[in-house]
Design a protein around this ligand. Structure first.
Ligand SMILES: *Cc1c(COP(=O)(O)O)cnc(C)c1O
Length: 384
Protein backbone atom coordinates (compact mmCIF):
# COMPACT_ATOMS: atom_id res chain seq x y z
CA UNK A 1 0.00 0.00 0.00
CA UNK A 2 1.32 3.47 -0.88
CA UNK A 3 2.40 5.56 2.07
CA UNK A 4 0.54 8.59 0.71
CA UNK A 5 -2.66 6.55 0.66
CA UNK A 6 -2.13 5.33 4.21
CA UNK A 7 -1.51 8.81 5.53
CA UNK A 8 -4.20 10.69 3.60
CA UNK A 9 -6.99 8.17 3.06
CA UNK A 10 -6.77 4.86 4.89
CA UNK A 11 -9.39 4.38 7.61
CA UNK A 12 -11.14 7.66 6.89
CA UNK A 13 -14.77 6.96 5.98
CA UNK A 14 -15.57 10.56 5.23
CA UNK A 15 -19.05 9.83 3.92
CA UNK A 16 -20.00 8.99 7.52
CA UNK A 17 -19.20 12.51 8.68
CA UNK A 18 -20.36 15.00 6.04
CA UNK A 19 -17.25 14.42 3.87
CA UNK A 20 -15.24 16.44 6.36
CA UNK A 21 -11.54 16.21 5.50
CA UNK A 22 -10.44 16.29 9.10
CA UNK A 23 -11.96 13.45 11.16
CA UNK A 24 -14.32 14.19 14.06
CA UNK A 25 -13.17 13.70 17.63
CA UNK A 26 -15.68 11.09 18.74
CA UNK A 27 -15.73 12.28 22.33
CA UNK A 28 -17.95 9.59 23.79
CA UNK A 29 -17.47 7.02 26.53
CA UNK A 30 -20.15 4.61 25.31
CA UNK A 31 -22.47 3.62 22.48
CA UNK A 32 -26.20 2.74 22.43
CA UNK A 33 -27.56 -0.52 21.02
CA UNK A 34 -30.57 -0.97 18.76
CA UNK A 35 -31.96 -3.90 20.72
CA UNK A 36 -31.07 -6.46 23.37
CA UNK A 37 -30.00 -8.82 20.59
CA UNK A 38 -27.75 -6.14 19.10
CA UNK A 39 -26.28 -5.53 22.58
CA UNK A 40 -25.66 -9.28 23.03
CA UNK A 41 -23.95 -9.54 19.66
CA UNK A 42 -21.66 -6.57 20.23
CA UNK A 43 -20.72 -7.36 23.84
CA UNK A 44 -19.62 -10.82 22.71
CA UNK A 45 -17.48 -9.43 19.87
CA UNK A 46 -16.13 -6.32 21.53
CA UNK A 47 -12.82 -6.35 19.61
CA UNK A 48 -14.78 -5.75 16.41
CA UNK A 49 -17.61 -3.61 17.88
CA UNK A 50 -18.43 -0.31 19.50
CA UNK A 51 -19.47 -0.91 23.10
CA UNK A 52 -17.36 1.35 25.31
CA UNK A 53 -14.39 3.64 24.60
CA UNK A 54 -12.01 1.69 26.88
CA UNK A 55 -12.29 -0.81 24.04
CA UNK A 56 -12.94 0.84 20.67
CA UNK A 57 -13.51 4.38 19.50
CA UNK A 58 -13.92 5.52 15.87
CA UNK A 59 -11.33 8.33 16.03
CA UNK A 60 -8.82 5.98 17.65
CA UNK A 61 -9.57 3.33 15.01
CA UNK A 62 -8.51 5.67 12.19
CA UNK A 63 -5.14 6.07 13.87
CA UNK A 64 -4.79 2.31 14.50
CA UNK A 65 -5.46 1.44 10.87
CA UNK A 66 -2.88 3.90 9.61
CA UNK A 67 -0.19 2.79 12.06
CA UNK A 68 -0.75 -0.92 11.38
CA UNK A 69 -0.38 -0.30 7.65
CA UNK A 70 2.73 1.86 8.10
CA UNK A 71 4.34 -0.96 10.09
CA UNK A 72 3.32 -3.63 7.54
CA UNK A 73 1.30 -5.45 10.18
CA UNK A 74 -2.34 -6.58 10.39
CA UNK A 75 -3.49 -4.62 13.39
CA UNK A 76 -2.46 -2.15 16.04
CA UNK A 77 -3.48 -0.92 19.49
CA UNK A 78 -2.69 2.54 20.80
CA UNK A 79 -2.09 3.33 24.46
CA UNK A 80 -1.90 6.30 26.80
CA UNK A 81 1.92 6.06 26.84
CA UNK A 82 4.81 4.20 25.26
CA UNK A 83 5.55 2.32 28.47
CA UNK A 84 1.93 1.08 28.58
CA UNK A 85 2.55 -0.49 25.15
CA UNK A 86 5.80 -2.03 26.44
CA UNK A 87 4.08 -3.43 29.54
CA UNK A 88 1.12 -4.81 27.56
CA UNK A 89 3.36 -6.52 24.99
CA UNK A 90 5.52 -8.11 27.66
CA UNK A 91 2.81 -9.08 30.16
CA UNK A 92 0.56 -10.61 27.51
CA UNK A 93 3.29 -13.07 26.57
CA UNK A 94 4.74 -14.09 29.93
CA UNK A 95 3.58 -16.13 32.92
CA UNK A 96 4.85 -16.92 36.39
CA UNK A 97 8.12 -18.87 36.35
CA UNK A 98 9.11 -17.76 32.88
CA UNK A 99 12.10 -15.80 31.62
CA UNK A 100 12.77 -12.87 29.28
CA UNK A 101 15.92 -12.14 27.30
CA UNK A 102 16.26 -8.37 26.83
CA UNK A 103 18.89 -6.12 25.30
CA UNK A 104 20.98 -4.30 27.92
CA UNK A 105 20.52 -0.98 26.14
CA UNK A 106 16.70 -0.93 26.37
CA UNK A 107 14.75 2.17 27.45
CA UNK A 108 15.16 2.84 31.19
CA UNK A 109 11.55 2.13 32.22
CA UNK A 110 11.52 -1.05 30.13
CA UNK A 111 14.45 -2.24 32.20
CA UNK A 112 12.69 -1.17 35.40
CA UNK A 113 9.66 -3.29 34.43
CA UNK A 114 11.92 -6.32 34.15
CA UNK A 115 14.17 -5.55 37.12
CA UNK A 116 11.72 -4.24 39.73
CA UNK A 117 8.16 -5.04 38.73
CA UNK A 118 7.93 -8.45 37.07
CA UNK A 119 10.10 -10.28 39.67
CA UNK A 120 7.13 -9.78 42.07
CA UNK A 121 5.22 -12.15 39.81
CA UNK A 122 8.02 -14.70 39.48
CA UNK A 123 9.24 -13.54 36.07
CA UNK A 124 13.02 -13.45 35.59
CA UNK A 125 15.21 -11.89 32.91
CA UNK A 126 18.72 -11.67 31.46
CA UNK A 127 20.18 -8.54 29.88
CA UNK A 128 22.45 -9.17 26.91
CA UNK A 129 24.66 -7.21 24.54
CA UNK A 130 22.27 -7.37 21.61
CA UNK A 131 24.97 -6.51 19.06
CA UNK A 132 26.08 -10.14 19.20
CA UNK A 133 23.64 -12.87 18.18
CA UNK A 134 25.70 -15.51 20.04
CA UNK A 135 25.32 -13.52 23.29
CA UNK A 136 21.56 -13.54 22.77
CA UNK A 137 21.46 -17.28 22.04
CA UNK A 138 23.65 -18.06 25.07
CA UNK A 139 21.14 -16.31 27.37
CA UNK A 140 18.12 -18.37 26.22
CA UNK A 141 16.91 -20.78 28.93
CA UNK A 142 14.36 -23.62 28.72
CA UNK A 143 11.75 -21.26 30.28
CA UNK A 144 12.52 -18.23 28.09
CA UNK A 145 9.42 -16.93 26.29
CA UNK A 146 10.26 -13.41 25.09
CA UNK A 147 13.16 -11.87 23.20
CA UNK A 148 12.88 -8.11 23.80
CA UNK A 149 14.75 -5.85 21.36
CA UNK A 150 15.30 -2.13 20.83
CA UNK A 151 17.15 -1.35 17.62
CA UNK A 152 18.67 1.11 17.67
CA UNK A 153 18.39 2.29 21.23
CA UNK A 154 18.18 6.01 21.79
CA UNK A 155 21.45 6.89 23.58
CA UNK A 156 24.35 5.12 21.86
CA UNK A 157 22.37 3.41 19.11
CA UNK A 158 23.28 -0.25 19.54
CA UNK A 159 21.59 -2.39 16.89
CA UNK A 160 20.40 -5.98 16.73
CA UNK A 161 20.35 -8.02 13.54
CA UNK A 162 16.56 -8.27 13.16
CA UNK A 163 16.53 -11.12 10.66
CA UNK A 164 18.93 -13.22 12.76
CA UNK A 165 16.94 -12.47 15.94
CA UNK A 166 13.66 -13.49 14.30
CA UNK A 167 15.24 -16.77 13.10
CA UNK A 168 16.64 -17.45 16.57
CA UNK A 169 13.25 -16.77 18.15
CA UNK A 170 11.60 -19.18 15.75
CA UNK A 171 14.11 -21.90 16.61
CA UNK A 172 13.43 -21.55 20.36
CA UNK A 173 9.71 -20.68 20.18
CA UNK A 174 10.07 -17.13 21.54
CA UNK A 175 7.90 -14.08 20.92
CA UNK A 176 9.96 -11.16 19.60
CA UNK A 177 9.08 -7.61 20.70
CA UNK A 178 10.91 -4.60 19.27
CA UNK A 179 10.88 -0.96 20.33
CA UNK A 180 11.04 0.91 16.99
CA UNK A 181 10.73 4.45 18.38
CA UNK A 182 14.10 5.68 17.07
CA UNK A 183 13.36 4.85 13.43
CA UNK A 184 9.60 5.42 13.27
CA UNK A 185 7.80 3.22 10.73
CA UNK A 186 9.21 5.45 7.98
CA UNK A 187 12.80 4.32 8.50
CA UNK A 188 12.37 0.70 9.65
CA UNK A 189 9.62 -1.90 9.42
CA UNK A 190 10.72 -4.74 11.70
CA UNK A 191 7.76 -6.99 10.77
CA UNK A 192 9.36 -7.36 7.33
CA UNK A 193 12.27 -9.10 9.07
CA UNK A 194 9.96 -11.43 11.02
CA UNK A 195 9.60 -9.52 14.31
CA UNK A 196 6.27 -10.40 16.01
CA UNK A 197 5.38 -7.23 17.92
CA UNK A 198 6.57 -3.74 17.01
CA UNK A 199 6.04 -0.93 19.47
CA UNK A 200 6.65 2.79 19.72
CA UNK A 201 6.61 5.62 22.09
CA UNK A 202 4.22 7.55 19.85
CA UNK A 203 5.10 10.55 22.00
CA UNK A 204 8.27 10.89 19.91
CA UNK A 205 8.29 11.00 16.09
CA UNK A 206 4.76 9.66 15.50
CA UNK A 207 2.82 12.45 17.18
CA UNK A 208 5.82 14.69 16.71
CA UNK A 209 4.68 17.93 18.31
CA UNK A 210 5.60 17.44 21.98
CA UNK A 211 1.97 17.66 23.03
CA UNK A 212 0.73 14.06 23.39
CA UNK A 213 2.02 11.07 25.39
CA UNK A 214 1.06 7.85 23.63
CA UNK A 215 2.10 4.29 22.80
CA UNK A 216 1.71 2.07 19.75
CA UNK A 217 1.74 -1.72 19.48
CA UNK A 218 1.52 -3.48 16.10
CA UNK A 219 1.39 -7.15 15.12
CA UNK A 220 -0.66 -10.01 13.72
CA UNK A 221 -4.41 -9.68 14.30
CA UNK A 222 -4.63 -12.78 16.52
CA UNK A 223 -1.90 -11.48 18.82
CA UNK A 224 -3.39 -7.97 18.95
CA UNK A 225 -6.82 -9.45 19.69
CA UNK A 226 -5.38 -11.49 22.54
CA UNK A 227 -3.76 -8.36 24.02
CA UNK A 228 -7.01 -6.40 23.54
CA UNK A 229 -8.93 -8.86 25.73
CA UNK A 230 -6.21 -9.10 28.38
CA UNK A 231 -3.87 -6.16 29.15
CA UNK A 232 -5.65 -3.55 27.02
CA UNK A 233 -9.15 -3.95 28.49
CA UNK A 234 -7.95 -4.94 31.98
CA UNK A 235 -5.33 -2.31 32.65
CA UNK A 236 -7.03 0.34 30.56
CA UNK A 237 -4.17 2.58 29.44
CA UNK A 238 -6.17 3.98 26.55
CA UNK A 239 -5.47 6.95 24.31
CA UNK A 240 -8.22 9.57 24.50
CA UNK A 241 -10.12 10.34 21.27
CA UNK A 242 -8.75 13.89 21.33
CA UNK A 243 -5.16 12.68 21.59
CA UNK A 244 -5.87 10.23 18.74
CA UNK A 245 -7.06 13.18 16.66
CA UNK A 246 -3.82 15.06 17.40
CA UNK A 247 -1.75 11.99 16.51
CA UNK A 248 -3.61 11.62 13.18
CA UNK A 249 -2.75 15.23 12.49
CA UNK A 250 0.87 14.50 13.42
CA UNK A 251 0.94 11.52 11.05
CA UNK A 252 0.04 13.72 8.08
CA UNK A 253 3.58 15.12 8.13
CA UNK A 254 5.49 12.15 9.60
CA UNK A 255 7.49 11.30 6.44
CA UNK A 256 8.45 14.96 5.93
CA UNK A 257 9.43 15.47 9.54
CA UNK A 258 11.59 12.37 9.93
CA UNK A 259 13.29 12.98 6.60
CA UNK A 260 14.10 16.56 7.55
CA UNK A 261 15.34 15.48 10.99
CA UNK A 262 17.54 12.80 9.37
CA UNK A 263 18.99 15.13 6.72
CA UNK A 264 19.82 17.93 9.14
CA UNK A 265 21.33 15.37 11.50
CA UNK A 266 23.62 14.12 8.69
CA UNK A 267 24.72 17.67 7.84
CA UNK A 268 25.57 18.45 11.45
CA UNK A 269 27.51 15.23 11.92
CA UNK A 270 29.54 15.88 8.81
CA UNK A 271 30.41 19.37 10.00
CA UNK A 272 31.34 18.17 13.50
CA UNK A 273 33.18 14.96 12.68
CA UNK A 274 36.71 16.38 12.77
CA UNK A 275 36.14 19.10 15.34
CA UNK A 276 39.04 19.22 17.87
CA UNK A 277 36.64 19.20 20.83
CA UNK A 278 34.67 16.18 19.59
CA UNK A 279 36.12 12.82 20.61
CA UNK A 280 33.53 10.71 18.79
CA UNK A 281 30.05 10.93 17.27
CA UNK A 282 27.64 8.06 17.89
CA UNK A 283 25.04 7.45 15.17
CA UNK A 284 23.85 4.18 13.57
CA UNK A 285 25.29 5.13 10.19
CA UNK A 286 28.77 5.99 11.40
CA UNK A 287 29.25 3.53 14.27
CA UNK A 288 30.82 0.06 14.05
CA UNK A 289 27.45 -1.46 13.07
CA UNK A 290 27.09 0.73 9.99
CA UNK A 291 26.75 -2.19 7.54
CA UNK A 292 23.88 -3.66 9.55
CA UNK A 293 22.24 -0.23 9.86
CA UNK A 294 22.31 0.22 6.09
CA UNK A 295 20.77 -3.23 5.65
CA UNK A 296 17.77 -2.83 7.95
CA UNK A 297 17.06 0.87 8.50
CA UNK A 298 16.88 4.03 6.40
CA UNK A 299 17.65 6.92 8.72
CA UNK A 300 17.59 8.56 12.11
CA UNK A 301 17.69 12.08 13.49
CA UNK A 302 19.55 11.67 16.78
CA UNK A 303 23.24 11.49 17.44
CA UNK A 304 25.35 11.57 20.57
CA UNK A 305 28.53 13.64 20.91
CA UNK A 306 31.36 12.36 23.08
CA UNK A 307 33.10 15.60 24.00
CA UNK A 308 36.82 15.93 24.53
CA UNK A 309 36.62 17.23 28.06
CA UNK A 310 38.81 16.76 31.08
CA UNK A 311 36.20 17.76 33.63
CA UNK A 312 32.43 17.41 34.00
CA UNK A 313 32.17 21.19 34.41
CA UNK A 314 33.30 21.62 30.81
CA UNK A 315 30.44 19.45 29.55
CA UNK A 316 27.99 21.41 31.69
CA UNK A 317 29.46 24.67 30.35
CA UNK A 318 29.00 23.44 26.76
CA UNK A 319 25.38 22.45 27.35
CA UNK A 320 24.47 25.63 29.17
CA UNK A 321 26.02 27.67 26.32
CA UNK A 322 23.69 26.21 23.70
CA UNK A 323 20.96 28.70 22.88
CA UNK A 324 19.02 27.01 20.08
CA UNK A 325 18.66 23.61 21.77
CA UNK A 326 16.41 23.03 24.74
CA UNK A 327 17.58 20.81 27.59
CA UNK A 328 14.86 18.20 27.99
CA UNK A 329 13.92 14.53 28.14
CA UNK A 330 11.98 12.96 25.27
CA UNK A 331 12.49 13.88 21.59
CA UNK A 332 10.73 13.60 18.23
CA UNK A 333 9.03 17.02 18.15
CA UNK A 334 9.62 20.10 16.00
CA UNK A 335 12.24 21.45 18.39
CA UNK A 336 15.85 20.38 18.80
CA UNK A 337 16.87 19.06 22.20
CA UNK A 338 19.87 17.86 24.16
CA UNK A 339 20.10 15.24 26.89
CA UNK A 340 23.43 15.41 28.75
CA UNK A 341 24.42 12.18 30.56
CA UNK A 342 26.29 14.33 33.10
CA UNK A 343 22.88 15.38 34.51
CA UNK A 344 22.58 11.93 36.10
CA UNK A 345 25.99 12.03 37.80
CA UNK A 346 26.58 13.05 41.42
CA UNK A 347 22.93 12.74 42.49
CA UNK A 348 22.99 12.01 46.25
CA UNK A 349 21.80 8.49 47.06
CA UNK A 350 21.90 7.33 43.44
CA UNK A 351 24.56 5.34 41.64
CA UNK A 352 26.27 7.09 38.73
CA UNK A 353 25.15 5.96 35.25
CA UNK A 354 27.09 3.35 33.27
CA UNK A 355 27.39 5.71 30.31
CA UNK A 356 30.32 8.18 30.47
CA UNK A 357 29.64 11.77 31.55
CA UNK A 358 31.06 13.31 28.38
CA UNK A 359 28.12 12.10 26.25
CA UNK A 360 25.51 14.61 25.10
CA UNK A 361 22.59 13.31 23.04
CA UNK A 362 21.24 15.59 20.33
CA UNK A 363 17.75 15.27 18.89
CA UNK A 364 17.53 17.25 15.67
CA UNK A 365 14.22 18.98 15.02
CA UNK A 366 12.94 21.00 12.10
CA UNK A 367 15.00 24.20 12.44
CA UNK A 368 17.39 25.36 9.71
CA UNK A 369 20.66 23.39 9.76
CA UNK A 370 22.85 26.52 9.89
CA UNK A 371 20.90 27.87 12.90
CA UNK A 372 21.69 24.66 14.79
CA UNK A 373 25.27 24.24 13.57
CA UNK A 374 26.31 27.80 14.39
CA UNK A 375 24.99 27.30 17.89
CA UNK A 376 26.87 24.03 18.46
CA UNK A 377 30.10 25.58 17.14
CA UNK A 378 29.89 28.62 19.41
CA UNK A 379 29.18 26.37 22.41
CA UNK A 380 32.15 24.11 21.55
CA UNK A 381 34.35 27.24 21.39
CA UNK A 382 33.29 28.14 24.91
CA UNK A 383 34.67 24.90 26.39
CA UNK A 384 37.65 26.03 28.43
C1 LIG B 1 10.23 7.66 25.41
C2 LIG B 1 10.53 6.24 25.10
C3 LIG B 1 9.74 5.20 25.63
C4 LIG B 1 8.61 5.45 26.60
O1 LIG B 1 7.54 6.06 26.00
P1 LIG B 1 6.51 7.06 26.76
O2 LIG B 1 5.64 7.52 25.67
O3 LIG B 1 7.36 8.13 27.38
O4 LIG B 1 5.82 6.26 27.80
C5 LIG B 1 10.04 3.91 25.24
N1 LIG B 1 11.05 3.65 24.39
C6 LIG B 1 11.83 4.61 23.87
C7 LIG B 1 12.92 4.25 22.95
C8 LIG B 1 11.59 5.94 24.21
O5 LIG B 1 12.38 6.90 23.70
Amino acid sequence: MEMSHIINRLGEERENYFNAISPPVMQTSNYAFESVMDFRKKISTEFESHVYTRGNNPTVEILRKKLAALEHTEDCLVFGSGVAAVAAAVMANISQGEHIVCVRSAYSWTKTLLQKYLPRFGVSHSFVDGRYIDHIEAAILPNTRILYLESPNSMIFELQDLEACAALAKKYGLVTILDNSYCSPIFQQPADFGIDLVLHSGTKYINGHSDVVMGVLCGKREMIKKIFYSEFMNIGHILSPHDAFLAIRGLRTLPLRVQRSHETCAKLMEALQNHPKVEKIHHPFIDEQQALAVRQMKGGGMFTLALKAARKEQVIQFCDSLENFLIAVSWGGHESLIMPVVTFYDIPGQPDPELPWNLVRFYIGLEDPHYLLADILQALDRIS
